[in-house]
Write a protein that binds this ligand. Structure first.
Ligand code: FES
Ligand code: MG
Length: 573
């Protein structure tokens, strides 16, 4: 029996008896002594009928097993939670930490010398990164890969930037009921993750850039044969790691690797959610993502990848243009290419696999970027003492400096009820404010930050307005939208003090978000509000995971992890 099969054999105070029992049960699976003498590679199967993005997982498992066995190791498949964006109530973010705990504990509990984690849909790779960092068993992440694009009347369609754009057109009365139903069938035409640069694509690029996944594994379409070959190779590298005892995630997820990831995130026009997830994964290893450093990187690193929602193309186009390794070549003097990877080499070796594709325009040189600045900017101000974020690459240039009147919504429910009311007092110059939609307030920090344009303005052709909240936004969305305002209103943040008619100033160039109300008045309002929780915040849950979440979830600037999962963090203040 391998070291792996012996792992954790203490339950009966007689390790030999424990091994005897364990062997009896594993023999019931029909395994031979030869099989059981091999190093063990666990494979986390995240297939679920509720997770269409993971529709190709059974095929990937088969390919990974092949790779493991071709390398003389024993693959052991096991299930974990699988989370899909559209089927996770109240939000997928609410469940991310549960999946991280499930994955960590199952990797820790079961005998395995290395593990392959198959992730894809938005919260799954983040949960797996957090788990990998904490369990610290040698890990290869296999992204499921992006969907292929859909087509409608000669136009390419992709989930879900086009879902939002075309739904906006429908709300504005320019696309009728029949057409929108037809479009609905074409937006997500294959298994795989959303094929724009949303959170899923962003996080797949992050694990590739950090050497936790194989080169090009972020971008190969989910349905392509290359995806299976990449999975097979991942199984082989996992088997090698099982034999060699590493490299472990803690050796890969270093400060330099996180910095590389942040550079790539700015250059791909990555999802704002990616910042929260990287912060959470780094926190597991006692590392901090410094928002000021991230903002500075955004000034130095332009958006180079021409993908929706910041640009025009989709993941398959990024792949055929050379993918992440080719992008790294454009960024090589900013990246630390000596960081190690799961293949046993360094990031420099990944970059060497880059294909040169004559005439491609999806990955731009730094001399001709999509946007001169990186995708995200970090804002500070009296409205966001612990920061806020804006995806400037997907915002309207005309609104980057804007002062307007606040139109406040107390909660997601309040927003739903009133946003389309014909009597709503709102103009295109106003600033829409949503509160009680943060990690604790909603709970689970829903992607409600993409407040819809009020119908009466949408029908007049208004496409963008300044919108601010303590919520998140889908990485596939676009607009001049300030997110992750920290602390959130339900945790006593100043967003809770905004009143209808107050003036709010956004200055993305100056990196400010301010409520133009003087300090004395704010102090008066704070006192009037007292210590009482905001009326519109969700009721405090009294049992189960919801209670644990409410008690323990941290703010966006700490990655919304649970306080007790962050080593040395101590209880939330
Ligand atoms: Fe799964 Fe978009 S819904 S990646
Ligand atoms: Mg999403």
């Amino acid at each position: 029996m391998t070291q792996g099969m012996r792992k954790g054999l203490t339950s009966y105070g007689d390790p030999d008896f424990s091994l005897f029992l364990r062997k009896a049960f594993i023999k019931a699976m029909g395994l031979s002594d030869d099989a059981l003498s091999r190093p063990i590679v666990g494979i986390a199967n995240t297939f679920s009928d509720y997770n269409a993005c993971h529709g190709n997982v059974p095929k990937l498992v088969e390919a990974i097993k092949r790779g493991v066995m071709l390398s003389g190791a024993l693959p052991m498949e096991f299930p974990t939670i699988s989370i899909h964006e559209s089927f996770a109530h109240p939000t997928s973010m609410f469940l991310r930490n549960l999946m991280a705990m499930d994955t960590e504990e199952m990797v820790r509990a079961q005998p395995m010398d290395a593990v392959v984690l198959i992730g894809g849909c938005d919260k799954t790779i983040p949960a797996q990164m957090m788990a990998a960092a904490s369990a610290d068993v040698p890990t290869v992440i296999v992204p499921v890969g992006p969907m292929l694009v859909g087509h409608y009347k000669g136009e390419q369609l992709g989930a879900c930037t086009d879902c939002r754009r075309l739904w906006g057109e429908h709300r504005g009365g320019r696309i009728d009921e029949q057409q929108i139903e037809f479009i609905n069938e074409r937006l997500a035409p294959t298994p795989g993750t959303c094929m724009v640069m949303g959170t899923a694509s962003t996080m797949a690029c992050m694990v590739e850039a950090m050497g936790l996944a194989l080169p090009r594994s972020a971008t190969i379409p989910a349905t392509h044969a290359d995806r299976l070959r990449s999975a097979e190779a991942s199984g082989m590298f996992a088997a090698a790691m099982a034999k060699n005892g590493g490299p472990k995630p803690s050796a890969l997820m270093t400060e330099a690797a996180f910095r590389n990831a942040l550079i790539v995130m700015q250059a791909i026009g990555g999802s704002t959610n990616g910042l929260i997830h990287l912060t959470a994964a780094a926190g597991r290893l006692g590392l901090k993502i410094d928002l000021d450093v991230f903002d500075q990187l955004g000034r130095d690193v332009p958006v180079l990848v021409d993908l929706k929602p910041s640009g025009d193309h989709y993941m398959e186009h990024f792949h055929w243009a050379g993918g992440v390794p080719r992008l790294m070549r454009e960024l090589q003097n900013l990246l630390d290419l000596n960081t190690p990877t799961v293949t046993g080499g360094t990031l420099r070796d990944y970059m060497a696999t880059a294909e040169d594709v004559p005439g491609q325009t999806v990955i731009r040189p730094r001399t001709s970027p999509i946007k001169a600045m990186g995708s995200m900017a970090v804002l500070q101000g009296n409205l966001a003492p612990r920061g806020a974020i804006i995806k400037q690459s997907a915002a309207s240039p005309a609104l980057m400096r804007h002062t307007g009147r606040a139109v406040v919504f107390e909660s997601v429910e309040d927003l739903t009820e009133r946003i389309d009311h014909p009597e709503l007092d709102v103009t295109a110059d106003d600033v829409l404010v949503l509160r009680n939609a943060g990690p604790r307030g909603a709970p689970g920090m829903p992607e409600a930050g993409y407040l819809p344009i009020p119908r009466k303005l949408a029908t007049q052709g208004v496409k963008d307005m300044v919108r601010i909240s303590d919520a998140r936004m889908s990485g596939t969305a676009f607009g001049t939208i300030v997110l992750h305002i920290s602390p959130e209103s339900a945790a006593g943040g100043p967003l809770g003090l905004v009143q209808n008619g107050d003036r709010i100033a956004l200055d993305v160039i100056g990196r400010r978000i301010d409520l133009l109300v003087d300090d004395a008045e704010l102090a008066r309002r704070r006192e009037a509000a007292g210590a009482a929780p905001p009326a519109a915040a969700a009721p405090v849950p009294d049992r189960g995971y919801a209670a644990l979440f409410h008690r323990s979830v941290l703010q966006a600037d700490e990655g919304c992890d649970f306080d007790f999962l962050v080593p040395g963090r101590g209880p939330r203040e």
